[in-house]
Design a protein around this ligand. Structure first.
Ligand code: ADP
Ligand code: MG
Length: 445
């Protein structure tokens, strides 16, 4: 099956070249298939709307390629874009955008006016649409005489007037109570299943994720992962995760399953399994004995957790007589890279675990916490946000362990939250770092 939409290396940078330059989308690649129900999900500001509008042809600060039905939107001129947009795409928004001075029916008929259609025909069609969505009784009212849920149904009717292939919805239930939200979501599902509309919906609300065939998770302008709920028409569409197995998720799962185990215990459970997987993927066609030997070696490498690219590669590449695995250079490189990735992943998880442990077990981080209380109390600062506390604690721990110097400590306290800092003001950060130095000198000398 050919994708209906294909996005290649899409970047959107606002205010390019100015001091306010902002990269809203960073190398987005995706494919959407006919009749899929897709959700772009992520926190506010992560770029969902920007991605939606880029695909709709409304966003023009784009770099990269956007294909719809095989046609490259980025090569269209303004008029071609407009025509494309009117014919192919219907849009609904959180704020409905109905024209307050026009009746419901006229609002719905509006898109057809731009298509030069016969007035009678478009009035009739508008009524049919309103009928379909259960708001035909409201046809002669003005939009603000309707409830929010009804207004959104009217907006959906309007979006469908030109019979678009794709319906885009930007936070369509963001303004609705839960009952109306449910109604509108069910309408969209109906349109997807019965009317065969491809639907792309943007939301920051996880409550609706199950409506989608696939969910693209977004963060800071990138797609972090794709999850499949259902396959459209039973057609299996491989996600990135299926193409290359997502190690993090596997480890995450393992950690939550064995939450009482320490990271190293989990690692030990996992390592033989991982070693086997790495090896079997790369070594189709070798004898059992050869494979076993390499497995053992990979297992050892994972166990030590120390990655030395050269020696790993050398082992994999070197001849059997010299104690190596005698692989061709490309395969050796592939395995070596994979081992490196996995060791990196295991380390990441250990860091996460340590962070959590620091937070939940006062004894483990006792000293850090004591120091933190001392520092914050000295300046009468009360921190309520636990992310800030975590940043401060980590900075204190790193300074106590002498992993960072005084300057870095100060900078971490001062840097804004979004850049991983604690967001304390300059003066306080400076004073606190000085006080910590004094403390260290007194205590650790
Ligand atoms: P979302 O829909 O996920 O909340 P948006 O796509 O609206 O996010 O915005 C992504 C980021 O791009 C935000 O930080 C936003 O402030 C910024 N942004 C959006 N539109 C513009 C614009 N026209 N000029 C500058 N920055 C913008
Ligand atoms: Mg948005």
């Amino acid at each position: 099956m050919q994708p209906l939409i294909k996005v290649e290396h899409l970047n959107v940078i606002y205010n390019l070249g100015k001091s306010s330059e902002y990269r809203a989308l960073n190398d987005i690649n995706l494919e959407i298939y006919p009749e899929e129900f897709i959700i772009f999900f992520g926190p506010s500001g992560c770029g969902k709307s920007t991605l939606l509008y880029s695909i709709s042809g409304l966003e023009t600060n784009t770099q990269g390629n956007i294909y719809i039905d095989g046609k490259n939107l980025t090569l269209f001129n303004k008029n071609e874009l407009l025509t494309f947009h009117r014919k192919t795409i219907g849009m609904i928004f959180q704020a409905f955008y109905l024209i307050a001075s026009l009746t419901v029916q006229k609002n719905v008929a509006l898109p057809q006016i731009f298509m030069n259609s016969d007035k009678k025909a478009r009035t009739k069609k508008a009524l049919e649409m309103l009928e379909y969505f259960g708001v035909s009784k409201q046809a002669r009212k003005l939009p603000n005489e309707l409830s929010g849920g009804q207004q959104q149904r009217v907006a959906i009717s309007r979006a469908l007037m030109n019979d678009p292939t794709i319906l885009m919805a930007d936070e369509p239930v963001g303004n609705l109570d839960s009952k109306s939200s449910q109604d509108v979501m069910d309408m969209l599902k109906l349109l997807n299943e019965n009317e065969k509309k491809t639907i792309i919906l943007v939301t920051h609300n996880p409550a609706f994720l199950s409506y989608a065939h696939r969910v693209f998770y977004m963060k800071d302008g990138v797609i972090t992962e794709t999850r499949v709920n259902r396959h459209v028409h039973g057609v299996h569409i491989a996600t990135d995760d299926e193409v290359k197995p997502n190690i993090s998720r596997e480890l995450e799962l393992l950690i939550s399953t064995y939450s009482s185990l320490s990271p190293s215990q989990i690692g030990n459970l996992l390592i033989p399994f991982k070693a086997k997987q790495i090896v079997s993927e790369a070594l189709i066609g070798m004898t059992t004995e050869e494979v076993g030997k390499i497995e053992k070696k990979v297992e050892n490498l994972l166990m030590t957790g120390v990655y030395d690219n050269d020696s790993t590669f050398e082992f994999l590449d070197q001849s059997m007589e010299k104690g190596g695995a005698d692989l061709d250079k490309r395969t050796a490189k592939k395995i070596a890279d994979k081992i490196k990735d996995i060791i990196g992943e295991i380390k990441k998880i250990e860091d996460e675990e340590n962070k959590i442990r620091l937070r939940i077990s006062p004894n483990a981080g006792g000293e850090v916490m004591e120091v933190r209380h001392y520092l914050l109390d000295s300046y009468d600062i009360e921190v309520k946000n636990f992310i800030v506390l975590e940043v401060i604690d980590r900075a204190i721990k790193d300074r106590l362990d002498n992993v960072i110097d005084r300057d870095v400590f100060r900078k971490r306290l001062n840097a804004p939250l979004r850049r991983g800092g604690a967001g304390l003001n300059k003066r306080v950060a400076k004073k606190m770092s000085k006080r910590l130095e004094l403390l260290i000198l007194g205590k650790y000398k």
